[in-house]
Design a protein around this ligand. Structure first.
Ligand code: 26W
Length: 826
């Protein structure tokens, strides 16, 4: 059941239930040509979306007008991914029209929840990085900051995951198959983007010499605009996603040559650029098409910004006054040489002036610590695809290295270490280094991460430019991840501390005294119980998974990656099972638990896919083992996405954040769980560190090695076998896998996992196993005291206000962007 909005509604519009219903029917008839009596669900959804969208447009246009008129500084967020999640509910929340829409639909014999249920979310991202971008544009709009999000309108988003015999299979995500009512295509504002070709020297109007890039092919970048409404404000910002279209000129040329087939083929090649999101997370594929995607969207974005958002006579030396380009990881970093090219080659600026403008315009956020996730592009590929950009990168590097050599005379090793162009194993451009050299500020995404970036990954650079490095801890939008997803909790908070907290999340602190209030705790438990029921019902219909809601809900949802250690969670489940089998534990004494996993593996990541198969195999055995008497269940719904997250997170009691210390940059799921009253079991990694500090040791199950300990162990030579030999319970769990207990007696099925754990175990699962099991035993004990558990859960909510993405954005504004709010007045 949805709750009607009570807070932060924009001033009431003259809309009524009947005028809303009229507009809905008009949309159906005059936009789609469909009569209400014959409308399909898709027709109805489109009409509803069209109706709601209509109520945002005036504010959107007013926002654009105001921002242009005030000549304010604009945050241009460059991101290859935006994992937006369902749009309708968010638009209803922002416009404050939910209850009206519900009433109008009811008057027509229709049901809002029913229509919301058919939306296919735009999955234009892989995981944390893309979802963060979506939270950030929400906060930027809510804080009235002039901002535009630039990205790619992938025709196919993140793949749809299914399980076939417990193994992951991927299906294309056809999110656009029924059209997208939230977008405004603008072929009239297309931008041409070139590739390939050569460079030449030409004489300009003043008789000087300039370089000119002559591309061999070009594609047209067509913008699709999406509205990004703020909450509790009239401001509506823009998300502009680019779609590739073959240029007419190019087509025509080949077509006229008489080769029709070649013309069509050329079109396919051009349009492939925005065809599909690369599903790789943390392991760059080094694919030519991926580099094309990156250049395609940033080239279009920069031209768009300069030619459409700035006045015609704008002096580009003043660019940094009007824009800050934020690079969301290295994917958009090719924007740096592109801006240099425009300034120097096209606008005739002096190189040094252009370099100052460029450095003042860009900032870079790094989202990883894994060395394999740091993008490099081979010189061969860059030279072929973007010859002028490669020349520019070389010149930047030359100048930069001259500076390094001047600062550290004779230290050639250092110069080689810091070079933007690496020589081994192949000549390639290190995009993170280019970003660092060319940006005003470089930030990590949690305190620990920024520290490790500064002191390890980019240590040479922070030595040279200490003031360049800063931290902005990630955050999540409370609109989507509390207000929308957890209406029960939102109402309870409203009743306790009043409204207004959604846009001022530190106000959740006022809940602290309520942790001591028995009736509030009871109400809090009721909400959690209802959320569990809602989730159990959803899984029954969505996946045919039958669960009891009367259990500890233990949840691990995130991309499947070895460093995140889903394997450790599986070992805990197996250990519990093994203890019962061996009679060390009575099933009757088990705290009933439902362990829910949600995880996609990159299609080419073999070990991750093996782990998925193992989880499903263990689930099959454990879920039906008579010895366990139904007290331990695994649920692994396929295709975890934002839609599912919104239902799952509010139902969780226990949040699994168990990566190896020093590997998870931040995590953002961890924040969503804490804000929804789950207790964390976690390591001192990423933002867990800050969650732990804020919620307090009593309200967090901390375990595991610290980052320096990890470093020491690996320096001394990590031997996973020694942990296996020394720990009988660990041995029991691993032996059970190896014995074929989860593979119908076949000992080879999970051999890859077993031998990797025993021989390599790159992420020290075995080293942290014992501490994890002990922490889980503490969880069981703690959960038995429901009053104490609720108190801790409420304190988690009360003390997690820091993790609003509004706070993150304010930190970006203070430390990096220095842009100001421009509220739209009506
Ligand atoms: C091209 C290969 C590739 C693809 C994606 C390399 C790196 C990435 C991303 C940087 C991985 C990513 O999504 N990082 C996550 O970013 C989140 C938002 O800051 C953090 O919360 C996660 O800890 C981090 O893993």
């Amino acid at each position: 059941m949805r709750v009607t909005e009570t807070t932060q509604e924009p001033p009431s519009s003259p809309v009524t239930v009947s005028s809303f219903a009229d507009e809905f029917v008009r949309q159906l008839r005059y936009e789609q040509g469909v009569d209400l009596n014959f409308a399909t669900k898709d027709n109805l959804y489109q009409a509803l979306a069209g109706t709601v969208r209509g109520f945002m447009i005036d504010n959107w246009l007013a926002t654009l007008r105001t921002q242009q008129a005030t000549e304010s500084k604009i945050v241009a967020y460059l991101s290859a991914e935006y994992l937006l999640g369902p749009q309708l509910e968010n638009a209803l929340l922002a416009t404050g029209l939910e209850s009206l829409a519900r009433g109008a639909l009811t008057s027509l014999g229709l049901d809002l929840d029913d229509l919301e249920g058919i939306e296919i979310e735009p999955g234009l991202g892989n995981g944390g990085l893309g979802r963060l971008a979506a939270c950030f544009i929400d906060s930027l709009a809510t804080l009235n900051i002039p901002a535009v999000g630039y990205g790619i309108r992938y025709e196919y988003g993140i793949f749809r995951q299914t399980f076939v015999d417990g193994r992951q299979a991927e299906q294309p995500d056809t999110w656009l198959s029924k059209g997208s009512p939230w977008e405004f295509p603008h072929p009239d504002m297309a931008v041409e983007v070139g590739f390939g070709g050569y460079t030449e020297q030409v004489t300009d109007e003043t008789g000087g010499s300039r370089t000119r890039w002559v591309p061999s092919e070009s594609v047209s970048a067509v913008p699709y605009n999406y509205m990004v409404p703020g909450y509790g404000t009239h401001n509506v910002n823009t998300l502009r996603l680019w779609s590739a279209k073959a240029t007419n000129a190019f087509d025509l040329q080949i077509f006229n040559s008489g080769d029709y087939e070649a013309a069509v083929r050329a079109q396919t090649v051009a349009e492939n650029i925005s065809k599909v999101l690369y599903p790789e997370d943390s392991t760059p594929q080094g694919k030519e098409l991926r580099l094309k995607q990156q250049y395609f969207f940033v080239a279009a974005s920069i031209t768009d910004f300069i030619t459409r958002l700035l006045p015609d006579d704008f002096a580009l030396t003043n660019l940094p006054d009007r824009v800050t380009f934020q690079l969301n990881d290295t994917h958009p970093v090719i924007a740096i040489p592109e801006l240099m090219r425009i300034l120097v080659d096209e606008r005739g600026l002096d190189w040094d002036v252009a370099w100052d403008v460029t450095r003042a315009s860009f900032n870079y956020t790094c989202h990883t610590l894994l060395p394999e996730a740091l993008e490099v592009w081979s010189v061969e590929l860059l030279g072929r695809l973007l010859p002028r950009h490669l020349e520019i990168i070389y010149r930047i590097n030359e100048q930069f290295l001259a500076g390094v050599r001047a600062a550290f005379p004779g230290d050639e090793l250092r110069a080689r270490r810091m070079s933007i162009v690496q020589e081994q194993p192949e000549r390639a451009v290190r995009m993170a280094f280019l970003a660092t050299v060319a940006s005003s500020k470089v930030n990590g995404v949690a305190a620990l991460h920024s520290e490790l970036l500064r002191d390890k990954v980019l240590n040479d650079f922070s030595g040279l430019w200490p003031e360049k490095f800063t931290n902005v801890t990630n955050g999540v939008t409370p609109r989507r991840f509390i207000k929308l997803s957890n209406p029960g909790l939102s109402e309870l908070i409203d009743a306790a501390i009043g409204t207004g907290w959604v846009n001022d999340l530190e106000r959740l602190r006022e809940l602290e005294p309520f942790a001591e209030d028995a009736s509030f705790r009871a109400a809090f438990r009721t909400v959690k119980a209802e959320n569990k029921k809602r989730f159990v019902d959803l899984l029954a219909t969505r996946d045919g998974i039958e669960l009891s809601s009367d259990a500890l809900f233990d949840v691990m949802v995130k991309r499947l990656h070895e460093y995140k250690r889903q394997m450790l969670k599986v070992l805990h489940v197996i250990t519990t099972y093994d203890r019962v089998l061996k009679g060390e534990l009575r099933a009757a004494d088990l705290t009933p638990r439902v362990v829910t996993f949600g995880a996609k593996a990159a299609p080419g990541y073999r070990m991750a896919k093996e782990i998925i198969a193992l989880i499903n195999a263990v689930a099959k055995v454990v879920n039906t083992a008579p010895e366990l008497e139904g007290r331990l269940r695994i649920a692994f719904p396929a295709n975890y996405n934002v839609t599912l997250a919104e239902k799952l997170i509010p139902a969780a009691d226990l949040s699994e954040q168990i990566s190896l210390a020093g590997k998870e940059a931040s995590g953002t799921g961890n924040m969503k769980f804490a804000l929804n009253g789950a207790l964390t079991i976690g390591t001192l990694d990423g933002a867990n560190v800050e969650i732990y500090d804020l919620v307090g040791a009593d309200n967090f199950f901390l375990f595991g090695l610290t980052e320096p300990e990890v470093q020491d162990i690996s320096d001394a030579g990590y031997r996973p076998g020694s942990y296996y030999e020394a720990n009988a319970s660990l041995r029991g769990a691993i032996d059970l896998i190896a014995s074929g207990a989860f593979s119908g007696g076949d000992r080879t099925t999970f051999q890859m996992i077993v031998s990797d754990l025993l021989d390599k175990d790159r992420f020290m699962v075995l080293a942290d196993y014992q501490a994890y099991i002990e922490a889980q035993d503490k969880v069981d004990v703690a959960y038995a005291d429901q009053e104490a558990w609720s108190r801790a859960a409420i304190l988690n909510v009360a003390r997690s206000g820091f993790f609003s993405s509004d706070r993150s954005i304010r930190d970006y504004l203070d430390r990096i962007w220095h842009a100001s709010p421009v509220p739209v007045v009506k």
